[in-house]
Design a protein around this ligand. Structure first.
Ligand SMILES: [Ca+2]
Length: 183
């Protein structure tokens, strides 16, 4: 990107690695040099790796973006973006992601008519629990089990039909997914 002005918006850049051990092995997510400038908004730049400047190196200016370690700019955040399942490269957002409705307020609305989310994938709030955006149900279980096989019952008798998200935590791993309740 020699001396260029490049717009980069509505992207999720994650799990990239800058290979090498020398001082040039930097900018795991974005590497910009020779007068180039990358700018934009509504991006997620997280979980990239390099010897130095893990997320980006060079002249990068984002607004309303989620950047690990933080970045100066309007509306930027540095919280964990809470991907659905990054271990399997699923970069959709969980319903409690801080990137939901945190994009540039002047951007076009998401398809569910809410404020723009950060990243490549918006979180569809029209299918959230009870129709209310991002509402959480009470935890099913809050106990620790010994290693082994276990079964947890989800009682949906008092809940309306819809798409529900579940999350199972077994430190240090976490698994989440969707399930559909039909009545
Ligand atoms: Ca939104």
């Amino acid at each position: 990107m020699l001396g260029s002005e490049i717009e980069c918006s509505n992207n999720t850049i994650s799990l990239n690695h800058s290979i090498g051990t020398t001082s040039t092995a930097r900018g795991g997510g974005i590497y910009v040099f020779d007068g180039a400038h990358v700018y934009g908004g509504n991006n997620i730049l997280y979980f990239n790796e390099a010897l130095a400047d893990s997320e980006c190196y060079g002249n990068v200016t984002f607004d309303y973006s989620c950047v690990a370690g933080g970045m100066a700019g309007i509306g930027n955040i540095l919280d964990n973006p809470r991907f659905m399942d990054q271990a399997n490269f699923d970069f959709h957002l969980l319903q409690d992601s801080p990137c939901i409705d945190s994009g540039d307020p002047s951007s076009r609305l998401d398809p569910d008519s809410t404020r723009a989310d950060m990243g490549a994938f918006y979180f569809d709030q029209s299918s959230a629990v009870n129709g209310s955006a991002g509402a959480s149900l009470a935890p099913l279980q809050e106990v620790w089990y010994p290693a082994g096989s276990h079964e947890i019952v989800f009682d949906g008798s008092d809940l309306p039909s819809g798409v529900y998200l579940y999350r199972l935590t077994a430190t240090p791993t976490m698994v989440s997914g969707k399930m559909v309740l039909l009545k």
